[in-house]
Structure formats: structure tokens, C-alpha cells
Design a protein around this ligand. Sequence first.
Ligand code: ATP
Ligand code: MG
Length: 238
Amino acid sequence: MVNYLYLAKLGKDGVTALLVLNNLAKRLPGDPQRWLFRDASLNIVPADFVAIMGESGVGKSTLLNIIAGLDRPDAGHMTFRGQPLDTLDDDMRTLLRRRHMGFIFQAFHLIPQLTVEENIALPWRLNALPRREMIQRVNMLSKRLGISERLAAWPRELSGGEMQRVAVARAVVHHPSLILADEPTGSLDAESAETVLSLLREAGEAEGAAIVLVTHSATAAGRAQRRLHFDAQGFHPL
Ligand SMILES: Nc1ncnc2c1ncn2[C@@H]1O[C@H](COP(=O)(O)OP(=O)(O)OP(=O)(O)O)[C@@H](O)[C@H]1O
Ligand SMILES: [Mg+2]
């Protein structure tokens, strides 16, 4: 049974940090004797824009999955909106993610049975936000991202760059307070990449959303307020 009253109280305790990672560690999937990473500690405040860089395979996507509650750490603690995440059951974590987070997955993860428009609108509908404003919001985002002509298409009919822009629109549509963006410009030309980065920055500046951007692109990282290197020993300022 989901405790909605408890969920409604989140964030009303005056805590300024949006997300706190405290010595998170994860064992290597497939070889649990070894650590993938240890001692990952990070404070994210509202409107933060942090770029995380690091070698392929160090665990950046794994870390984002842990933050989103899609994976669990093997050690350490996390709080989101003042709430210790390890005390929440899966239903609560799903609700928290659905309402407060937007996730741009590295592999997009669009829903193949839904059109582009339905994919973008999904977080809005899952949160039962007002339908009339949903249409305006989807139209604005798709126009901005140059995919308004593709709203009726199916994901399988899209180019990689189009899929990525749909994933970006879906991640921001419901005004999340935390946007987790895993290499969100990796499939895009320079102009589209710039549009995506501007959109993310605006979500921070206009709505106070915090952005955690994982990227191999120095240009993309340059748009963040701060840059961190991630490796097996955690975060280091760049
Ligand atoms: N389900 C899994 N089973 C086995 N190994 C896995 C699994 N998922 C991830 N790994 C391994 O965990 C490590 C971290 O993967 P992860 O995808 O988090 O890296 P990354 O830093 O995001 O890399 P990239 O920059 O290439 O996206 C890699 O060595 C990967 O092979
Ligand atoms: Mg990755």
C-alpha cells in the first residue's frame, strides 16, 4: 500500500540539498568480489547543473540508474528531497521518480508501442496533470526540438537523433525537479545538441530543476556550472 500522505510531505522540511549521495558503492555486475566504484559522494542543490565525465565502463550509467531508483547501491546512502531513499519500497521509489525526475537514457528507451507524441506525453499522463496544458506542452517541446513533424510516427521510424530528441522532450515534459541526462547529445549534430543543452539550462534557470549531465563531450560539459570526473574512487573536480 503506497503511503501518499508521506510522499506529499517530502521536501517540506527545509532541507536545501535536493540530492545527497553519501559514499555510494557498487560491485561489478557479474563479478561481485570486485567494486565497480566506491566512495561516490555528491551534493546536488536545486538549479544545479553538474557535468559528469569519465571513461567508458566506469559506471556512470549505473550511477544514474541508482539515483533514479532503478538499481540499488551495494553500500552508502542517498537522500532525495530530504528523504532517505533506502527506506522507500519500490512503489514509493517509482512514484518519486515519476513525479520528480526526468531521465534521458543513453539508449533512449522509447516505448515502441506508443507514438512519438504519446511517448513525450507519458510522464504528464502518469502524473495525471491537466490534459489541455499537456497538448500545449508537447507541441512547444516538439517544435523547439525540431520533431513536431514526427509526432504521429512510431519510434522504429525515427533516426537515432530524432529518438534522442523525443527522449529529451519526455524527460522534461512534466517539469521534474531533477533531470538525469545520460549522454543526451551523443547522436546529435552540433545545432541540435545546442538546442538540447539550452533546453536543459532553461529548465534549471526558469524552473529550478537540477541537471546531472553525463557526457563524453567537452562542449556539452562546458555548458554546465561545474564539472566532475568520475572513476572507481568516486568524484573529483575537473
Ligand atoms: N547488466 C550487466 N551485467 C554485467 N555487467 C554490466 C551490466 N551492466 C553494466 N555492466 C558493466 O558495468 C560497468 C559499468 O557500466 P556503465 O554502463 O555504468 O558504464 P558507463 O560509465 O556508463 O560507460 P559508457 O561511458 O560507455 O556509457 C561496465 O563494465 C559494464 O560492462
Ligand atoms: Mg553509460
